[in-house]
Design a protein around this ligand. Structure first.
Ligand code: ZN
Length: 647
């Protein structure tokens, strides 16, 4: 089996078209497949189905995102055989042709039950808007019955496969697909392109029948300039994280559409009726919390809902935390919470589309989610819970939010990279606009900020809180190293500039950051990048040495003042870090020659003969943010390979 079959290449293109439209699929939902024939290792033909891997994003999928499975084996698993939930993944994996392929979609058997070569599936908003209404299935039958078979909602798994198989067998013969009310649309074709064309035609007809087809979730706009107090938002996030039992990222979104929705009591009340489709509950919980003061009430209602359904159906489910994932507040707008920044963005997007669906359904007679009765079963389905567990990030700083200043290069960039690698969401500041693109990571936000401008810092902190919900870890790494000069020759402008950047800006930043650090999750941490010069000054470096001693003293005072808030404030004194913008290879060679040394020996001019890099410093910052420093504040750690002037 070599090369990529042409029909798989076409399937990838078709899948990306569906995935690129958020009104069709969001956050890993939807799927597609093609049935084809390969030649096996013995030279015999082998019928396979390529199906989208579970959790892969349709917008960016590649051939590696599809799993090839033996079709003859899967056909034997169709109803009347009922593959139980717990067995499903093992049975699907057992049919894989390529053991390194992703886990096949949970809807694989439904694709097998539809015998056409290509199947394309989406969760189109327009169909939810029509279906989540009184007599939604009658409405869809009368509107689309000449094009598609209509099936009432059933839980994904054996029930849905059986219902679709039976309905498909009983069809007239000219239908191009199947609508599962409250779930989505499956279209079929001889090729993926034909299935796509039919898919878009069905969706276009459904969309044209909506009361206000232009009522679509708009793209997120710029943050709200006259927004709420960031500290109040951060304290709210801390309270939600306490209920969740772990740190979560919180995104705030508000635009005209969101404001108008939340201001409408009828629409707001409709949100309590449940998710657009039960599948959304695994990310959004069955209902949002309305109003920011409802947290205790929300969590006790959620616990009651779990307890009640557990007795009725699932005695042994693992109860998730009772914290909301969506909050709708008249002043704050839409808040979404999740383990990572991209997951919080997905929750936000799902809810913005939910608002469109609720508006449509309300205009058509009322929002009545068609799959509502199955929400609990789906949220607590072992398969879904397993998927959620696998998707949870492994990094020990997951859900936490860091700010690193001077992040465009050198030590600051290395610190940001280390915190990102540990799972934190990171905001990077720098005077250089390179900071905006230095990381291509959905958990990173780079902002061009002049730290000598307090208003710019205040705006940037507000933006950080809107994006990620707070500030848990502060790493002041920005600083300048002025050209050396003896005191006798010192330029006072250089002196003042050095104090402004290295000391005054840190004081302003601490002043602004304190209320956020006091509301950090699980507790605030500061790791200052100071300098060996703070302890062992150098001749010709008066401005730098005094500024680093000053910021160290300032930070020691912060450790004293902020201990009552649980904030751990520690300092690092690096020396001889040569992989920064300051040191070119020419400068290194000149300095080494000045001491009659090789460059390597010059770099290791310390007691341990150790080479200190930006990454070494970043590793210490990471340690200071973790459990090893949980009981330490006010510590000054030299990172210099050992210096007899410091020891
Ligand atoms: Zn689906």
């Amino acid at each position: 089996m070599t090369g990529i079959p042409e029909d798989l290449a076409e399937l990838v293109r078709v899948t990306r078209v569906i995935g690129a439209d958020p009104s069709l699929v969001l956050g890993g939902g939807g799927n597609s497949s093609v049935k084809t024939t390969l030649t096996d290792i013995t030279g015999e033909p082998m019928r396979v189905i390529y199906i989208k891997g579970s959790g892969h994003d349709m917008a960016t999928i590649t051939t590696a995102g599809f799993a090839p499975l033996r079709l003859d084996r899967l056909e034997r698993l169709l109803p009347p055989v009922m593959v139980e939930d717990e067995r499903l993944l093992d049975e699907l994996r057992g049919a894989l042709v390529d053991q390194s392929a992703p886990d096949p979609s949970v809807e694989t058997l439904l694709h097998v039950a539809l015998p056409d070569a290509a199947v394309v599936h989406s969760h189109a908003d327009s169909l939810q808007g029509l279906g989540d209404t009184p007599d939604g299935s009658g409405r869809i039958r009368s509107l689309l019955g000449d094009l598609v078979v209509v099936v009432d909602y059933a839980m994904p798994g054996p029930d849905l496969t059986a219902a679709c198989q039976a309905a498909w067998r009983a069809r007239r013969g000219d239908e191009v697909g199947l609508v599962v009310v409250g779930h989505g649309l499956f279209t079929v074709g001889a090729t993926p392109a034909e299935a796509l064309e039919r898919h878009l035609a069905v969706v276009a007809r459904a969309t044209a029948a909506l009361p206000d087809p232009t009522n679509r979730a708009t793209q997120p706009d710029q943050p709200d300039p006259t927004g709420p107090d960031p500290a109040e938002l951060a304290r709210f996030r801390k309270a939600v994280c306490a209920v969740a039992g772990r740190p979560l990222v919180m995104n705030r979104h508000t635009d005209e559409t969101v404001r108008a929705f939340i201001a409408d009591p009828e629409l707001l009340a409709a949100t309590a009726r449940g998710p657009v489709t039960p599948d959304h509950a695994t990310r959004t919980k069955p209902t949002p919390m309305t109003g920011r003061n409802d947290l205790d009430d929300y969590s006790s209602r959620y616990q009651a809902y779990v307890a009640e359904n557990r007795v009725r159906r699932h005695q042994d489910v693992v109860a998730p935390d009772p914290a909301p994932r969506v909050v709708l507040d008249p002043d704050w707008g839409l808040l979404s919470l999740a383990d990572t920044a991209p997951a919080a963005a997905t929750v936000r997007d799902i809810y913005r589309h939910t608002m469109s669906v609720i508006r449509w359904a309300t205009a058509l007679g009322g929002y009545e989610p068609a799959g509502l009765a199955h929400t609990f079963d789906l949220e607590f389905w072992g398969f879904q819970q397993g998927k959620a567990r696998r998707a949870r990030p492994a990094g020990d700083l997951a859900g936490q939010v860091a700010l690193v200043t001077g992040a465009a290069s050198g030590i600051g960039r290395a610190c940001a990279a280390r915190l990102l690698a540990a799972g934190a969401s990171v905001v990077g500041w720098d005077l250089s606009d390179k900071v905006e693109t230095v990381f291509d990571d959905p958990g990173y936000l780079g902002l061009t900020v002049d730290i000598t401008d307090p208003a710019a810092m205040r705006d940037a902190l507000a933006r950080q809180v809107d994006s990620f919900g707070g500030l848990d870890i502060l790493v002041p790494a920005a600083g300048i190293f002025p050209v050396g000069a003896d005191i006798a020759d010192l330029d006072k402008t250089v002196w003042r500039k050095t104090m402004a950047v290295n000391v005054d800006a840190a004081m302003e930043l601490y002043h602004l950051a304190h209320p956020l650090l006091a509301a950090a999750v699980p507790y605030g941490r500061v790791a200052l990048i100071a300098s060996k010069n703070a302890l062992a000054p150098g001749p010709g470096a008066a401005a730098y040495s005094v500024s680093k001693a000053g910021v160290t003293q300032l930070t020691r005072v912060a450790a004293l003042e902020w201990a009552a808030d649980g904030i751990r404030v520690n300092m690092i004194h690096p020396d001889g870090v040569f992989d920064t913008g300051l040191w070119t290879s020419e400068l290194l060679e000149t300095r080494a020659a000045h001491y009659g040394m090789t460059v390597d020996a010059y770099k290791r001019r310390n007691l341990l003969h150790a080479e200190i890099t930006s990454a070494t410093v970043a590793e210490m910052v990471y340690a200071m943010c973790g459990p090893a420093f949980a009981s330490t504040t006010g510590a000054q750690v030299p990172l210099d390979g050992g210096s007899d002037r410091i020891i």
